[in-house]
Design a protein around this ligand. Structure first.
Ligand SMILES: [Zn+2]
Length: 181
């Protein structure tokens, strides 16, 4: 499985690099090279960064702190102080630089800058109480996403990843019921 960028925020996409958190967690960031690839694949971060073991530690620490704070937000609690310390610290270094050319926008910076960008985005998202952050309606998924749909009626992190799977399972269950009846 590759990385998915469907949450509507790099901070939530970073959190989702642990899949199925509740039941069978799988960590997609096992090595520094995985973190380099994640940064490279994220549209809102620099194309090329190099990461060492300490960078992976920082990335994972930021990810877990963001997860804690996002859950606090989803469940309407006060933010966990230890999570605030980690995220605010990660957001302090200068973010990547942006340049415009005919080829479009170019972001550059090192891994610290990339993580600062992720942390800043997470802070902006979590501070804005008007933007709904939800957990995917497929229980095994556990992905958090920003619901920007009209009336905030979105139920799944993504229709392909989860919505269709839940609908197919419900259909199979109905079929099964008809057979055994
Ligand atoms: Zn999902």
């Amino acid at each position: 499985m590759g990385f998915a960028f469907v949450s509507g925020s790099p901070a939530l996409d970073l959190i989702a690099t642990v899949e199925s958190r509740r039941h069978a967690p799988e960590d997609l960031l096992a090595t520094p090279a995985d973190l380099e690839r994640w940064v490279q694949e994220c549209d809102e971060l620099p194309d090329r960064v190099t990461a060492g073991a300490a960078d992976l530690d920082s990335g994972v620490r930021l990810r877990e702190a963001l997860h804690r704070l996002a859950l606090d937000r989803v469940e309407g609690r006060r933010f966990t102080p230890a999570g605030l310390v980690v995220v605010n610290r990660a957001a302090a270094p200068p973010p990547p630089t942006v340049e415009l050319s005919d080829a479009g926008l170019r972001l550059s910076g090192d891994l610290r800058a990339a993580l600062a960008q992720v942390a800043r985005g997470g802070i902006a998202l979590l501070a804005d109480r008007g933007t709904p952050v939800k957990e995917c309606g497929r229980p095994a998924c556990t992905r958090l996403y920003v619901d920007r749909s009209r009336g905030a009626r979105r139920t799944w992190c993504g229709m392909d990843a989860c919505g269709n799977r839940v609908k197919a399972a419900a259909y199979r269950a109905r079929k099964q019921g008809e057979v055994t009846r």
